[in-house]
Design a protein around this ligand. Structure first.
Ligand SMILES: [Ca+2]
Ligand SMILES: [Ca+2]
Length: 309
């Protein structure tokens, strides 16, 4: 893409291929990317995701799985000339074609004649060489677990952030307000139009995520908290008036929550912090029972309560 001034917002650029440079974007002029996902693009030469001769600004951008072949590298971003600046951007694993033992490490991002500048709060996967937008104290590294590129709501495909309790991109964006997408601050909504900030890692502090996807309270593939699942089951035995019907109440505990019992005699499990058991990892059911005694009616499984004939 070329032009004097271009802004891309809430856009996914995926699975394109360039015969030479810039598999996803060939940037010129002045360009801004806000809430954009760039994934699975290929450049036969340089800049699998982005090849830039522009004054380019990235904010809340997700870069994942782009590839480039050239020894000049830059499977995510190759800055040929100009200045490329990034904030709140999540950078997942990238590859170079024909990588062989003894080859130098892949520089996921590389500036040849221009510059790569961090505006802070970018997150990179540890598989990457620290070449993308690093140098600001707010930048960080850690394992980013992306879901597949798919519709997760909104109009475009996105990479969800999985296991938000331990995902390095969750709640690592710029905490500054207002969330107006300016000066390295997050925007108030993600690529899908979902609100920021959300407390994705459930530490009682709401903060925007790095990348184009903000984990919502009910998201995360079992790792995002939420209320969990509830169920009630009644005894399968017939009961007459005066006999109890046992009701079983079940709650599947959403990670990263744990079920803690108040006494050792109560059903449940404990975390290692309680020094009694460490078997609470992952979602698991916690059950409790109660009973109901039919008054002047009998009860049979699968039937409404009825009065005896
Ligand atoms: Ca939080
Ligand atoms: Ca968040």
């Amino acid at each position: 893409m070329t032009g004097s001034s271009t802004t891309l917002s809430r856009v996914t650029i995926a699975e394109n291929q360039a015969a030479v440079n810039g598999g996803g974007i060939l940037a010129d002029g002045v360009m801004t990317l806000e809430n954009v996902t760039i994934s699975g693009n290929v450049a036969v030469s340089q800049g699998g995701g982005i090849f830039s001769d522009a004054s380019l600004t990235l904010n809340n951008v997700t870069l994942d799985g782009n590839r480039a072949r050239s020894t000049a590298q830059g499977p995510a971003i190759l800055v040929n000339t100009g200045t490329t600046r990034g904030s709140n951007t999540a950078i997942g694993p990238h590859q170079r074609f024909a990588f062989a033992p003894g080859d130098p490490p892949v520089l996921t991002c590389r500036a040849i004649a221009g510059s790569l500048t961090s505006l802070g709060h970018n997150v990179r996967d540890p598989a990457e060489v620290a070449s993308c937008f690093f140098g600001d104290p707010g930048d960080s590294g850690g394992t980013i677990s992306f879901g597949p590129l798919q519709l997760n709501g909104g109009q475009t495909r996105t990479h969800a952030l999985l296991s938000p309790g331990s995902n390095a991109a969750v709640d690592r964006g710029n905490p500054a307000t207002p969330l107006d997408g300016s000066n390295g601050r997050c925007g108030a909504t993600d690529q899908r139009g979902q609100p920021r900030p959300v407390d994705g890692n459930r530490d009682s502090r709401s903060r925007c995520d790095a990348g184009a996807f903000e984990v919502q309270p009910n998201e995360g593939g079992g790792g995002g908290g939420g209320a969990g699942a509830f169920s009630v089951q009644a005894s399968t035995h017939q009961a007459q008036p005066g006999q109890p019907v046992v009701l079983s109440f079940g709650w599947t505990v959403p990670s990263p929550e744990v079920w803690r019992a108040s006494t050792a005699s109560t059903s449940g499990c404990w975390t290692s912090a309680d020094s009694r058991s460490s078997s609470c990892a992952g979602p698991r059911p916690a059950t409790a029972t109660s009973s109901w005694t039919p008054p002047a009616a009998s009860w049979q499984p699968g039937c409404p309560a009825r009065r005896p004939s």
